[in-house]
Design a protein around this ligand. Structure first.
Ligand SMILES: Nc1ncnc2c1ncn2[C@@H]1O[C@H](COP(=O)(O)OP(=O)(O)O)[C@@H](O)[C@H]1O
Ligand SMILES: N[C@@H](CCC(=O)OP(=O)(O)O)C(=O)O
Length: 364
């Protein structure tokens, strides 16, 4: 089980790290770990803890100051976790990641090996974004997205996003008193996405929007996602014990889910270009799970190498799939030109083999 805890749930009103709140989470996580379910904690709070300790105001800080605050706060956070878990005889390991660590296939594999090794030894990994080195282009920015990728990497059965509200509402509860909580979600529809707004507190990042985006990634990989209130009494035990009780909002995993490699392709890898395909190819890819052949290709964008990750887009510019391309962009341009000149290119291998392709899950 991967549990993600948001900044607002481990800090006090004055923005300082709340040992009492952390203690409650650590107590619950430890109890579940001891019951035999391997836990992974994704903990936000480095920036908030650092700002609290330094007495800096969030509203007026620069990015380097925020990163400096994170370096102070991350130490504080781990020091507190270490003490709290140690008193329960549980060892922890710190794992700090950036987006580029996940995008790179070999680093992704190393991350998985490290996490799996920690878990095999009964150590609880505590994951956060490496805020001190993450610049905008390589930032997750919010730990909801990071947590969903950690859930995929560790092949978790359940991802729990603990926050300052008891689930997804049909509108922003801060401004809409008629908004109602949704208990179960089986399909992430556009209507549902329209209900989600940004962060409710000054310390939170992303609000419900990033939680839904995270849920999309995890459910596609076969992992249930629960959004629940960190302050609710014994919330984790209730989620574990009574899978069908209405605690927060449960996003149910898709029954047929993709392999870890394809999940990484779709959600972890970074696209280096675009290949436009025609309607016939869209149908062949989505209905018959075929490979992409040259006759279905109508355009190429970007200057990618053979073996790069590219987005396959349909006639309306819609994202259809992401895959590893067998030709460099310049070779694809040459082949397209030869094809347009009437040359028959029968013996060509696939442009993207179906084993190297992850289809985009449809939003209804
Ligand atoms: N449809 C919605 N349902 C519930 N909460 C929502 C919704 N839209 C926006 N929010 C806001 O999302 C906030 C939780 O996200 P966030 O502040 O980022 O917390 P965290 O620090 O735990 O990640 C809630 O406090 C709420 O104000
Ligand atoms: N990596 C940042 C967390 C950013 C973030 O996602 O915050 P939150 O929305 O509170 O989970 C930190 O430790 O401060």
């Amino acid at each position: 089980m991967v549990v993600k805890i948001g900044s607002s749930s481990i800090t006090d009103a004055d923005g300082r790290l709340s040992v009492q709140k952390l203690e409650r989470i650590v107590g619950q996580v430890s109890a579940i770990q001891k019951s035999g379910i391997q836990m992974v904690l994704v903990s936000s709070g480095a920036v908030a803890a650092g700002l609290g300790k330094l007495g800096w105001r969030r509203s007026s800080i620069t990015m380097p100051e925020k990163q400096a605050a994170a370096s102070v706060g991350q130490g504080l956070l781990m020091h507190t976790y270490e003490q709290l878990f140690h008193s329960r005889d549980i060892a922890i390991g710190q794992v700090l990641l950036t987006r580029s660590d996940i995008e790179d296939r070999s680093r992704f594999v190393h991350i998985r090996n490290t996490l799996m090794t920690l878990m095999r030894h009964g150590i609880i990994p505590i994951v956060n974004e490496n805020d001190t080195v993450a610049v905008d282009e390589i930032r997750f920015g919010d730990n909801d997205t990071l947590a969903s990728l950690v859930a995929l990497v560790t092949e978790a059965e359940e991802l729990v996003l603990l926050t300052d509200i008891d689930g997804l509402y049909t509108g922003n509860p801060a401004t809409d008193p008629a908004a109602m909580r949704i208990a179960d979600v089986f399909e992430i529809t556009r209507e549902l996405e329209g209900w989600a707004f940004g962060a409710g507190s000054s310390v939170g990042t992303g609000g419900m929007r990033t939680k839904i985006a995270a849920a999309k990634v995890a459910v596609a990989g076969g992992c249930d996602v629960v959004v629940a209130a960190a302050s609710e009494e014994n919330v984790l035990a209730r989620i574990v014990a009574e899978k069908h009780e209405s605690v927060g909002t449960r996003f149910h995993a898709r029954p047929i889910h993709v392999s870890l490699r394809k999940a990484w392709l779709m959600h972890g890898s970074r696209s280096e270009g675009q290949v436009s395909i025609d309607a016939g190819a869209v149908e062949a890819l989505t209905k018959n799970t075929a490979s992409l052949l040259l006759p279905g290709v109508v355009g190429v964008m970007g200057d990618f190498r053979e073996g790069a990750t590219v987005d396959l887009v349909g006639p309306e510019g819609e994202m259809v799939a992401r895959g590893i391309v067998s030709f460099a962009a310049k070779d694809l341009h040459l082949l397209l030109a030869r094809q347009q000149n009437g040359e028959k290119l029968h013996d060509l291998q696939e442009v993207v083999h179906r084993n190297d392709m992850a289809l985009q899950a449809k939003t209804i």
